[in-house]
Write a protein that binds this ligand. Structure first.
Ligand code: UD1
Ligand code: UDP
Length: 370
């Protein structure tokens, strides 16, 4: 087999987490010449993850600007990614998830007729504004990609329902579990042990559709919870100013709420391990927590990851103060309810997704004489 040049396009923290194991797996394949493009839609949070996984970008577009708008970021990125594709001339491009980076990468590949694979394909809520703009990004890249690496049968069915050819859909599991297993070998969960018998509740929240009043509601719910006095809330705050300023103003002075900067990946995994319960609107965290046997209360009304809800490890509480407080209280006070959700089984993957993606690429590129 001749060598194929594969370009992996990475923009944000979750893309770096989920593509890092694939970068390493592909580098072990003798036929693959691997190139990493960092659009750097995120800066510090991207660097944090790439450093941990010891990945150096071959091209870094350094696109992040403070409080960037969607149209502004998208337009700057289209020109920049197109230039890279022209210079690198990859045989195949990979992008992951639902961010501006994946949508733009798909579009630029389409314009240049470069085949492209979408990792974590087929997740849908069916509501184009939830999550925003991720639901639209996924739908668009689903039309542009040539290979769709669906994490589960649920996501594969969504793609089938949209008329994607069966031969283009590969069910692989989610690479986030590969990453998690890698990080678990390097964590020390005692660092986040809670104090004086109080249980630790880990919180993350950053979604655009929650900016404004929904975020105020989330803060009210968290304050109610912290007022119990028998829990400590640990909240690594996303640097988006729309999140940071509000969270700091509303939660910054409570004695049982600890606001901290984003943690590097092994530290965050340690924080998940040390927690009793996790409140989050993050996609990746919803996928990781079941592996650690941690119940998840999802701060959203809809999720494109229904597998956790079906498995009983996750529950949607929305950005609603009363429901956040009621469900968290139930899990703190009702041992049976807690045990029912704290199951260490993961519907999203088994740690082998990257190898499966490599195998599928090998076959696909081989079939095309790549
Ligand atoms: C982006 C993705 C979202 C993903 C999330 C993961 C889009 C439109 N949104 O949302 O799908 O779930 O990343 O975290 O693709 N910032 C920093 N430093 C960083 C990263 C961000 O200061 O390392 C600040 C900047 O002010 C930046 C702002 O956050 O302008 C927003 O970043 P952006 O990538 O546009 O949106 P996110 O809300 O991070
Ligand atoms: N994460 C991290 N440090 C933190 C918070 C999260 O490393 O302080 C990791 C988390 O384990 C998961 C990913 O970042 O793998 C999720 O990223 P984010 O919530 O930003 O994006 P989403 O998954 O919602 O797109």
């Amino acid at each position: 087999m001749t060598t194929s040049t594969l370009l992996l396009s990475i923009g944000t923290r979750p893309e770096a987490v989920k593509l890092a194991p694939l970068v390493h797996a592909l580098r072990m394949r003798p036929w693959a010449r691997v190139r990493v493009l960092a659009t750097a839609q995120h800066r510090e949070m991207l660097d944090q993850i790439l450093d941990f996984f010891e990945i150096e970008a071959d091209v870094d577009l350094d696109l992040m600007r403070a409080n960037q708008g969607l149209a502004d970021l998208t337009s700057r990125m289209i020109t920049a990614v197109d230039e890279v594709l022209g210079e690198e001339q990859p045989d195949f491009v990979l992008a992951q998830g639902d961010t501006t980076t994946v949508m733009v990468t798909g579009l630029c590949c389409y314009y240049r007729k470069i085949p492209m694979g979408h990792v974590e394909a087929g997740l849908r809520t069916g509501n184009k504004f939830f999550p925003f703009p991720e639901e639209m990004n996924r739908g668009l890249v689903g039309r542009m990609a040539d290979l769709h690496f669906a994490p589960t049968e649920v996501s594969a069915d969504n793609l089938r329902g949209e008329g994607i050819a069966e031969s283009a859909i590969k069910v692989t599991g989610n690479t986030v579990i590969d990453a998690l297993e890698w990080a678990q070998r390097k964590t020390d969960s005692d660092v986040f042990a809670s104090t004086e018998g109080r249980r630790l509740i880990l919180v993350t929240a950053h979604r655009r559709e929650n900016f404004g009043e929904p975020f105020e509601e989330v803060c009210r719910g968290l304050l109610g919870l912290a007022d119990r006095g028998d829990v400590d809330l640990l909240y690594p705050v996303h640097p988006n100013p729309n999140v940071r300023e509000l969270v700091q103003a509303r939660l910054g002075s409570h004695p049982h709420i600890r606001l901290i900067d984003p943690l590097d990946y092994p530290q965050f995994v340690a924080a998940m391990e040390a927690s009793y319960l996790i409140l989050t609107d993050s996609g990746g965290v919803q996928e990781e927590a079941p592996s650690l046997g941690k119940p998840i209360l999802v701060l959203r009304d809809e999720t494109e990851r229904p597998e956790g809800v079906t498995a009983g490890t996750a529950k949607l509480v929305g950005p609603h103060a009363d429901r956040i407080l009621a469900e968290a209280t139930r899990l703190l006070e009702d041992e049976r309810a807690y045990a029912a959700m704290a199951q260490a089984q993961n519907p999203y993957g088994d740690g082998q997704a990257s190898e499966r993606i490599c195998d599928e690429l090998e076959t696909w590129l081989g079939q095309r004489g790549g």
